[in-house]
Design a protein around this ligand. Structure first.
Ligand SMILES: [Zn+2]
Length: 224
C-alpha cells in the first residue's frame, strides 16, 4: 500500500537528514537556543521557514487559528498559546516575538460570517479578533484591514504579559507584527512610528517602531 506520508518520512530520513545530521546532533548536544518566537496562523499557506529562511533550531513556533494571543490572566488554565509564550520568554529568553497573520485568513472571515453551530471552541476563540472587526460589509479591503488590525491587537495583548512587557521596556525583546500577502509573496510589517503596515521592501525595520530591530540569528542555518 502506498502511503504518501510514510513515503515522505522515509525521504526525510534518507535524503534530508544525512545532509544536515551534524546540525541536528549539535542541537541535541547543546540544546535549542532559538532567538525568535513565531506566533502564526495555522493556515497551510503560511510557511514560516520559507518566509524567514530559518532552519532547525531557529524558530520556536506556536500556531493557532488566526495567530491570536489570548488575554493574560495569570491563571493556571490549560492554554497552549499562553504556555508557549511563557516558555519562549522565560526559559528560552527569545529576543523577538513575531505575530504573523495573512491575507485570505479564514479566521478573520469567520469573525464576520460566523461558524457552524457545533464549533463551540472556535466561536469563543474568534472573539479574540472581535475588536478588530469593522462595522462594514466584509469587502476584500475590509478583510485585509481587519487581518492587519487583528495583528496589532495581538501585539497589544502580548504587552499585557508581564514577562513580555518587562523585557520590551528593558530593550531585551522586540515585537514584530507581520501580515503576509499570499498572492504577492510580500510581507507587510507593522511600523509603530507610522501607525500602520508597510511592505517589507519599504520598511526600515521588521520590528514595531521603538523596539529592537531584527537581528540575524547567531547561527544562520545554511538552508536545505
Ligand atoms: Zn489565517
Amino acid at each position: 500500500m502506498d502511503d504518501p506520508l510514510l513515503r515522505e518520512l522515509q525521504r526525510f530520513h534518507d535524503d534530508y537528514f544525512p545532509r544536515h545530521q551534524q546540525r541536528f546532533q549539535d542541537l541535541v548536544a547543546q540544546g535549542q537556543h532559538p532567538t525568535t518566537l513565531f506566533i502564526g496562523c495555522s493556515d497551510s499557506r503560511l510557511v514560516p521557514y520559507l518566509l524567514t529562511g530559518a532552519g532547525p533550531g531557529e524558530l520556536f513556533m506556536v500556531r493557532n487559528v488566526g495567530a491570536f494571543v489570548p488575554p493574560y490572566d495569570g491563571s493556571q488554565g490549560l492554554h497552549g498559546t499562553m504556555a508557549a509564550i511563557e516558555f519562549a520568554v522565560l526559559n528560552l529568553e527569545v529576543a523577538h516575538i513575531v505575530v504573523c497573520g495573512h491575507s485570505h485568513c479564514g479566521a478573520i472571515r469567520a469573525a464576520y460570517d460566523g461558524v457552524p453551530e457545533q464549533a463551540v471552541a472556535l466561536r469563543a476563540w474568534l472573539k479574540l479578533a472581535s475588536d478588530a472587526v469593522l462595522p462594514v460589509r466584509p469587502s476584500p479591503e475590509a478583510l485585509r484591514r481587519t487581518e492587519q488590525r487583528a495583528v496589532e491587537l495581538q501585539l497589544q495583548r502580548l504587552m499585557d504579559y508581564p514577562m513580555v512587557r518587562e523585557r520590551v521596556d528593558a530593550g531585551r525583546l522586540a515585537l514584530h507584527g507581520w501580515h503576509y500577502v499570499i498572492e504577492s509573496g510580500e510581507v507587510h510589517v507593522f511600523d509603530a512610528e507610522q501607525g500602520g503596515f508597510v511592505p517589507a521592501a519599504q520598511a526600515t525595520s521588521s520590528g514595531t517602531g521603538p523596539y529592537l530591530p531584527w537581528v540575524e540569528p547567531p547561527t544562520p542555518f545554511a538552508g536545505a
